[in-house]
Design a protein around this ligand. Structure first.
Ligand code: SF4
Ligand code: SF4
Length: 381
């Protein structure tokens, strides 16, 4: 298992993480066993947005004896009222729900206290200007939550979170289908309406969010990376083709700022499939040819950082140069962090000999040689 630093939290999290939403649908012992098995395979981060007692008990039991080697994203504002999930900023509900989580985790802290699920501006204003956020800060000051995160599906809210300076990471929904869609505060609409729409590659708000996260060291953990399973099915996939778990995991993990993809694991087989990513070949991870070969796609001419264009005779990491170039060129001034990263590359774009052998391998028709020239000019090497 590989590990990545999660933004400002500095936590070293496994690049494959555990999304826990299926835990409560199984026998409790079975789910505890699944989490323990995931941990043995190196998974060390779990998201708990679930307010129900069973899911929380399962996570608590699975972490018994190894609490310190798990990192938990525990959501503040996800409550359980009359047997139902209710998202709220009302402190009289929020506080007992958070305390219940700690009790069921058999722990006196949560690694990352998540400002739970803000997608609309109205909810942002409510959450950020009242006793809800004061409570989050109080938990942080007391060390009961070690770090502060936020979950959202809306890139505009994600960008606002980055700008606060105190939110250290975000949980964000990423997959190739969502990436084409403009910002919305209606999550349900992200699952439909792909027919005959004139999409054009990655939505600018989403691209900007990834750029801002990378630049400001705000880590991203990924939810909904499989588009609710629809991308595994060519009939349901908006691209008209099916992807594999390894391809979708690779897509998420190659977005700027991303540290871990939290896979919703429902069975031992799904766990094996997700962890198999770690030893998958480049061909098995290759999402690019699937997107490019799809009857419906909108990524022509846009670099998706897939790495399909390798090898380069002078050994330029073309995907990385393109990623850093995109991050830098969308801003008036090149941020030092991006320039520093670029300059630390073993081979920079100025070494490109313009052979264009890479271009025939790019499934998206990216004009790589021109981009290398542009990158060399922008970064000065
Ligand atoms: S065109 Fe440049 S980047 Fe592409 S393979 Fe040739 S040298 Fe490498
Ligand atoms: S230039 Fe093409 S092949 Fe290379 S990383 Fe970008 S999209 Fe992939």
């Amino acid at each position: 298992m590989k590990y990545r630093k999660l933004g400002k939290t500095n936590l070293e999290v496994s690049e494959i993480g555990f999304g826990g939403e299926w835990l409560e649908r199984h026998d409790e012992d079975e789910s505890v066993e699944l989490m323990r098995c995931a941990h043995e395979k190196g998974i060390n981060i779990v998201d708990c947005w679930m307010p129900d007692p069973k899911s929380r008990d399962i996570i608590g039991r699975a972490m018994e004896g190894c609490r310190k080697s798990w990192y938990v994203q525990g959501h503040i504002g996800s409550t359980y009222q009359n047997g139902q999930y209710v998202r709220t900023r009302e402190l009289k509900e929020v506080r007992p729900a958070f305390e219940d989580m700690l009790r069921r985790f058999r722990s006196d802290y949560v690694d990352i206290g998540m400002i739970h699920y803000i997608d609309s501006l109205e909810d942002w204003n409510t959450a950020m200007n009242g006793d809800y956020i004061a409570y989050v800060r109080e938990l942080h000051e007391k060390g009961i939550i070690k770090h502060i995160g936020l979950s959202t599906h809306n890139p505009v809210i994600g960008k606002m979170a980055v700008k606060t300076g105190f939110i250290e990471m975000i949980l964000f929904s990423i997959n190739p289908a969502f990436d084409m869609r403009p910002a919305t505060d209606d999550l349900d609409s992200m699952f439909t309406g792909y027919e005959n729409k004139d999409f054009s590659g990655i939505d600018p708000d989403r691209a900007e969010l990834y750029r801002m996260c990378e630049e400001n060291n705000v880590g991203i953990t990924v939810m909904k990376g499989f588009f609710g399973g629809r991308l595994f099915n060519k009939e349901q996939s908006p691209f008209g083709v099916a992807f594999t778990p390894a391809q979708l995991i690779h897509y998420s993990l190659t977005r700027p700022g991303v540290a871990s993809i939290l896979c919703g694991l429902d069975s031992r087989e799904q766990l094996e499939e997700a962890v198999a990513y770690e030893t998958a070949s480049d061909d098995e991870k290759d999402y690019a040819s699937v997107i490019a070969g799809a009857p419906l796609h909108s990524y022509s001419g846009k670099c998706t950082y897939c790495g399909h264009c390798k090898p380069c005779p002078v050994d330029i990491d073309i995907a990385m140069v393109n990623k850093l170039y995109d991050l830098a060129s969308s801003q008036e001034e090149t941020p030092e962090s991006i320039a520093g990263h670029y300059k630390s590359l073993e081979h920079t774009a100025s070494e490109c000999i313009g052979c264009r052998s890479c271009e025939s391998r790019c499934p998206f028709g990216v004009g790589i040689a021109e981009r290398m020239t542009a990158a060399a000019t922008l970064f000065g090497v």
